[in-house]
Design a protein around this ligand. Structure first.
Ligand SMILES: Nc1ncnc2c1ncn2[C@@H]1O[C@H](COP(=O)(O)OP(=O)(O)OP(=O)(O)O)[C@@H](O)[C@H]1O
Ligand SMILES: [Mg+2]
Length: 267
């Protein structure tokens, strides 16, 4: 490993995207939101996390996203032991490697789609002009090039979620985490959002998505089922050697644009 070096997208090159070892997340009063969870997600996988309300799905995703720390066990993301990283290193790991999408979009009101997406690069050190160029590229990826000037209230729910996805992936993270991304959408908009996630997955991004939608989950390559803070079933990676869903490469690649500092967006 890299000692004190800043975490990079690559981490340990052969490490899985996510590795939980005996992970618990306990709260005062005896609540065990997670309890003894072991999980390994390879780079390039697309997995659904399912389970009843309160079963620990969001808790698990927040730990994967390094937004929360375990009270027991170890969480590794691209080989980095999250518990051993300082705040700056965690921020760097998140900014470079992890994108988040939530049920309620969390777009800035009265800010046009282009700038909402560009915000995803705010802490990247990239100048505004380049941030906007990459944001335009990301919007094109989610099929919203013609809505770049629209503000959130001028977009449908499904479009808002696609803007949120564009913002999450504008920095070309290797790992995309989505907590009920279709929960606030009708079936058709939800399917369009899923299609975008699937396309990112096919481009090499590791995608983990929480969903209550049985049908949606059944369509994904892997399903991890939670109950009472534990994994009660896991269909596992599709098959050895096909973690990328049969796509060209299980290695994370830049889906939206080149890495920071490598010039203008490719097109
Ligand atoms: N900050 C907290 N303090 C105490 N208990 C908490 C806290 N956050 C979550 N919990 C508890 O942990 C358990 C798991 O919560 P979590 O949010 O992970 O569930 P979930 O599976 O995402 O549910 P939902 O489908 O409703 O979103 C719940 O019983 C919840 O009450
Ligand atoms: Mg939840």
């Amino acid at each position: 490993m890299r000692g004190n070096a800043e975490p990079s997208v690559a981490g340990a090159d052969d490490a899985p995207a996510v590795e939980f070892t005996g992970v618990g997340r306990h709260y005062p009063g005896g609540v065990r939101a997670l309890d003894g969870v072991d999980l390994r997600v390879e780079r390039g996988e697309m997995a659904a996390i399912v389970g009843p309300s309160g079963s620990g799905k969001s808790t698990m995703l927040n730990l994967v996203g390094t937004l929360d720390a375990p009270t027991e066990g170890a969480v590794r993301v691209f080989g980095h032991d999250v518990g051993s990283l300082g705040d700056d290193q965690l921020s760097a790991l998140r900014a470079r490697s992890i994108g988040f999408v939530f049920q309620q979009f969390h777009l800035a009101p009265n800010v046009r789609a282009l700038d909402n997406v560009a915000e995803g690069l705010l802490y990247s050190g990239v100048p505004l002009r380049v941030r906007r160029a990459r944001a335009a590229e990301a919007l094109e990826r989610v099929g919203l090039a013609d809505r770049a000037g629209h503000r959130p209230h001028e977009l449908s729910g499904g479009q808002k979620q696609r803007v949120a996805i564009a913002r999450a992936v504008v920095g070309a993270p290797a790992l995309l985490l989505a907590d009920e991304p279709t929960g606030a959408l009708d079936t058709v908009s939800g399917a369009a959002v899923l299609e975008v996630l699937d396309e990112l997955h096919r481009g090499g991004v590791t995608v983990i998505v929480i969903t209550h939608d049985r049908e949606l989950a059944d369509g994904l390559p892997r399903r991890v089922e939670m109950r009472d803070g534990r994994i009660v079933s896991d269909s596992g990676p599709p098959a050895a050697g096909t973690a990328g869903g049969g796509g060209p490469s299980p290695v994370p690649v830049a889906v939206v644009g080149p890495a920071a500092g490598s010039g203008e967006v490719a097109r």
